[in-house]
Design a protein around this ligand. Structure first.
Ligand code: SAH
Length: 228
């Protein structure tokens, strides 16, 4: 058996399952999840589990999110080609690769459009290596910094999302969103109820917040996170 073909089959099967469950609906996100090899973003020991719809450990107490959660977040962000996107919490780099694939699908590479912030130094080289190996190194820029402060150097962004949960929405993330921009962020206490929020910036002073349901993310650290 060719392990490469096995992973492709498992990936196709997972995508089909998520479609039949009604989770995956957007064509661009479907094609991105059918393309990005999740097995290349998990530690070697976890490769066999890469296409189970569950979070997986990536070391340093962190996890790569479950595929259905990544699908939901990418769809709720309403990602479109050409957008500039900020991710807080690079982890393995997998979610950033799916985002990059979604906004560059069919258009070829449009250069660096995804900026991904990570606070754990050791995860930076892990993510960069995963992204380079899978062909996303030129589309995702990984930066070692406290993402709860956003990323002024490249602001404003069309879309921002966080893959770690702070106790409340960090104000810099709202500030760094373009008008009509969307922020998806899990918010809540460590070990207690967290909710996934979708904030749409209608104008520089007006926002709407939708509650997308209960979730479980690792805590966000840093200035507007938990000071662990
Ligand atoms: N998107 C990732 C999921 C990683 S889990 C993936 O696809 O694998 C969340 C990540 O957020 C962890 O790597 C954690 O170290 C990081 N994180 C936590 N607080 C942060 C902060 N203030 N700034 C940047 N990254 C942070």
């Amino acid at each position: 058996m060719n392990p490469h073909t096995d992973f492709e089959e498992m990936r196709a099967r997972l995508v089909q399952t998520l479609i039949s469950q009604g989770v995956l609906r957007d064509d661009r996100v479907i094609s991105a999840m059918a393309t990005v090899p999740r097995e290349e973003f998990v530690p070697r020991s976890q490769r066999g589990q890469a296409y189970i719809d569950a979070p997986l450990p990536i070391g340093y107490g962190q996890t790569i999110s479950a595929p259905h959660m990544i699908a939901i977040m990418c769809q709720e962000l309403d990602l479109k080609p050409g957008q500039k996107v900020l991710e807080i919490g690079t982890g393995s780099g997998y979610h950033a690769a799916v985002t990059a694939e979604t906004i560059s699908a069919g258009t070829g590479s449009l250069g660096r459009q995804v900026f991904s912030l990570e606070i754990v130094k050791e995860l930076i080289s892990f993510a960069e290596d995963n992204l380079r190996r899978t062909g996303y190194g030129d589309r995702v820029k990984v930066v070692e910094t406290d993402g709860s402060l956003g990323y002024m150097e490249e602001a404003p962004f069309d879309r921002i999302y966080a893959t770690a949960a702070p106790p409340g929405v960090p104000p810099p993330l709202i500030d760094q969103l373009k008008p009509k921009g969307i922020l998806i962020i899990p918010v809540g206490e460590v070990g207690f109820f967290q909710e996934l929020l979708k904030i749409v910036k209608k104008s520089p002073t007006e926002m709407t917040t939708a509650r997308l349901g209960g979730v479980a993310f690792v805590p966000m650290r840093g200035r507007y996170g938990f000071r662990t």
